[in-house]
Design a protein around this ligand. Structure first.
Ligand code: BES
Ligand code: ZN
Ligand code: ZN
Length: 486
């Protein structure tokens, strides 16, 4: 779907379906006066998530009107506008309307630009459907266009919202492909395609290159698979004189657990174990389109984690890229092994900061459920930037401690480190503490996105099932903030 802006006052909007968002307890705009009686009859009071629909039967310049309640002003957050926009798109789809118009509301204390960006994001994210493998297309209906209207020019905000949401949808589309299609090689190919489109420099390190570089983590995890591993490096503004940031994303195209095999119930969801790496692709796309004044390098270590006669075994001791030895006590704690190599490589570039995204632990879902990503960082300023970006994008983060005692828990009896803590205590923190061992003195933040990268229940704008691309808008916004700092 495409988003457009049209400068027009509410009284002059023409078309098929117009959606307006109304605040509980506030006066109905006079242009909508003709609906006032009927709204009363239908007890529409603009309560949060309440809707009212009318066929205007020639009484207005538009054929249908949908009013979405925003609830009370004091409880209103920017994300409620994303949700209302999502509801509008769902309603358009229900009415089989190819186009939907949304009038940007004037809300005290919310800049019209911010409102327009949020509405654009909500609408575009809600319109995303993964239909790649559906061969019967007749029953599939797609809303093709959303037009935002307002008396003031908000076209810039609609453009911004489109960049953010399109990047997230791009990631969601790739996330959804299953492991037999989205192999490490296929994802590397996609990364190269993006690089060409966005003029990024791309380097693909194949298995041979990884062996030469002594990337022992990636090589150990991929040993059991017939799919060779790759490490993709994408560079935005390569060679330019801007401050450098690095991204790293966990790209396990399928996590069966390896020899430490996972239970089969729900195992298919482990095709989503690559979403950290795919988020890197999404952020690179958005940053390039936003033309942010930074240099950005994205690293995507890509591998399958499956058992076989050649797979790594519990108890194996491996050597990572930076020369540390790791005792692999559980082959299902594989994400940290591939990230160890990639983080150490990223740190060599001496960036201002490294941000990694990873579906690292099931424990983070126990801690935070599906409403926030775990944040682990060695830098308070970076924590604040990510926290602010999370509140703005509604891809919220929650910070955990990284005290030295947690690092102690990852020391091995027989090697430098072990890849799991005893009894699984503090599973998400000890995983992050393990990662921290590989970033040297770089400023670094790790986002554990295992709880937020997919939805299982209907969401107002992230669909009813599948990949959410959560993290793309968050990290893009954080980089946009960092780019404004001197
Ligand atoms: N990819 C999983 C984490 C995960 C679990 C993501 C559930 C999404 C949903 C990760 O590789 C893993 O298996 N972690 C183990 C670590 C354990 C062996 C210390 C886990 O969380 O159980
Ligand atoms: Zn695992
Ligand atoms: Zn995993």
């Amino acid at each position: 779907m495409k988003a457009e802006f049209k400068r027009v006052s509410l009284g002059n909007v023409k078309g098929e379906l117009l959606c307006v968002f109304l605040i509980e307890g506030e006066k109905l705009p006079k242009e909508l006066g003709l609906f006032s009686k009927d709204m009363k009859v239908h007890r529409f009071e603009s309560k949060k998530e309440q809707t009212y629909h009318s066929c205007t039967m020639g009484r207005a310049k538009f054929a249908h009107m949908l009013a979405v309640g925003l609830g009370k002003r004091k409880d209103l957050r920017l994300d409620d506008l994303r949700k209302a926009a999502g509801m509008s798109v769902q309603h358009a789809s229900y009415l089989k309307q190819k186009e939907v118009m949304i009038h940007v509301p004037d809300i005290k204390g919310i800049a019209a630009d911010d409102a327009a960006q949020a509405i654009t994001e909500g609408a575009l994210l809600a319109a995303h459907q993964f239909i790649h493998y559906k061969t019967e297309r007749e029953d599939i209906f797609q809303v093709g266009r959303v037009q935002l209207t307002h008396a003031k020019d908000l076209s810039k905000a609609v453009q911004l919202g489109s960049i953010y949401a399109d990047a997230q949808n791009y990631a969601r589309e790739i996330d959804e492909h299953p492991a037999n299609i989205a192999t490490p090689a296929a994802i590397a190919k996609e990364a190269k395609k993006l690089a060409k489109q966005k003029k990024l420099a791309a380097t693909v390190y194949d298995k041979k290159a990884l062996q030469k570089m002594k990337m022992g983590g990636i090589l150990a995890v991929s040993r059991g698979s017939v799919e060779p591993p790759v490490l993709v490096k994408l560079e935005y503004n390569k060679g330019r004189n801007y401050p450098l940031y690095c991204l790293v994303g966990k790209g396990i195209t399928f996590d069966s657990g390896g020899i430490s095999l996972k239970p089969s119930k729900g195992m298919h969801e482990m095709k989503y174990d690559k979403t950290g790496a795919i988020n890197v692709l999404g952020v690179m796309k958005a940053v390039a389109e936003l033309k942010l004044p930074i240099r950005l390098i994205g690293f995507m270590p890509l591998s399958e984690n499956v058992p076989s006669g050649s797979a790594q075994k519990p108890g194996d001791i491996i050597k990572t890229y930076d020369g540390k030895t790791v005792e692999v006590l559980n082959t299902d704690a594989e994400g940290r092994l591939i990230l160890a190599d990639a983080l150490a490589l990223a740190a060599e570039h001496k960036p201002r900061a490294i941000i990694d995204m990873a579906t690292l632990t099931g424990a983070i879902i126990i801690s935070l459920g599906r409403h926030a990503a775990g944040l682990f960082t060695n830098d308070d300023k970076l924590a604040k930037t990510l926290d602010d970006a999370g509140l703005e994008t509604h891809e919220r983060v929650w910070r955990f401690p990284l005290w030295p005692e947690y690092t102690e828990m990852m020391k091995s009896d027989f090697a430098d480190l072990k890849n799991i803590s005893e009894h699984g205590e503090a599973g998400s923190i000890t995983a992050a503490a393990f990662l921290q061992e590989f970033v040297g003195d770089a400023k670094w933040a790790h986002l554990d996105i295992a709880g937020v990268d997919m939805v299982k229940n209907k969401h107002f704008y992230l669909g009813k099932k599948g990949a959410t691309g959560t993290g793309v808008r968050l990290v893009t916004r954080a980089l946009a903030k960092l780019s404004q700092k001197k």
